[in-house]
Design a binder for this molecule. Sequence first.
Ligand code: NPQ
Ligand code: MG
Length: 384
Amino acid sequence: MSTDASVPVRALAAAAPVRLESVEVRYIALTLVRPFETSFGRMDARVIPLVRMVADGVEGWGEIVADDLPLFSADTIAGAQHVLAEAFIPALLGRPLSSVQDVAAALRRFKGHAMAKAGLELAFMDLAARTRGVSISEAIGGTRARVPVGVSLGIEKDVPTLVEQVLRHVAQGYQRIKLKIKPGWDVDVVRTVREAYPTGLLSVDANTAYTLADADHLRALDAFDLLMIEQPLQHDDLVDHAALQKLLRTDICLDESIVHARAAAHALALGSCRLVNIKIGRVGGYTEALGIHDTCQAHGAPVWCGGMLECGIGRAHNLALASLPNFSLPGDISASKRYWTRDVTTPFEVAADGTVGVPTGPGIGVAIDMDFIDDITTARHEYR
Ligand code: NPQ
Ligand code: MG
């Protein structure tokens, strides 16, 4: 028995060792209700690869959050398809898997492709929790029934349009507003939004759009009492982030840079950030996400759950993760209707108090709309 009460007890195991009967990867096409623009590009629709595992009549679902092009990270949908078919799924079929950690161990020798690995860990976690009749939140040691949420607002055609979006989402209860910034859409935009939204939680996300040479310009953001500046510099540069953090009063939060628990430990030791955004897809699944959660908790650094414009399956997994105790800031976990006119699961809603309920049913805990998924499926590959 552990003597350290701060170390959560987690059973990421299935009721009995699982031998997968089939792993299906299917691609669904969904159109966003409104285009979403970041410093790296504009998106108006998504193809989302879904993973469905079956064993002993029980299924499990995961989502792969990769994009067509390697703009957010090196992961791509085509790359995921390749490594799933040629390496990852063959490494899982025909061997007993007792826990999510067994899945992680079977894939560990393969470098990169975190989002494809995460799709498999997520589907297995769903299946494993269902075999035990518990929700994923319960299985991983979640402590909250509802989690606080915020919204991430893209770059707009003009500032009045953005201000209108800010006020609309504040009125819906969102507890934190995040603005996407890039050179030419930053200090003046944030000043105007701050005037219209003077006291609420406000943060910005640059998605790597700046360099350390922009430090003086970024210091102007210190005037707006921001909750954080997310990922201002390059994805692979913890050293320049440490230099920048020394020059800023505002807390830096890293997203793209935190690719596993060791990177989180390095970033906190170097002073590259004071906060961490955890995305299960970016870090390769539950195993690393929980490791980052614990590493940050040990350093006294709060974490929050990031988002990748997921459909209901990824959103359900995010909610389970965000129910852990060190997720103490509002996550990028918005209502289904913020992104989709129709979701592939029971839709998620944001209550007037700015929280979303954590699903309580077995596994991901929400109903899958199989008819709708079949309607929007563009391709399907099954592996046995
Ligand atoms: C972020 N998410 O925090 C990301 C950006 C993002 C909600 O701001 C496919 C690939 C879809 C990469 C959606 C939010 C994505 C993506 C959003 C990145 O940086
Ligand atoms: Mg981000």
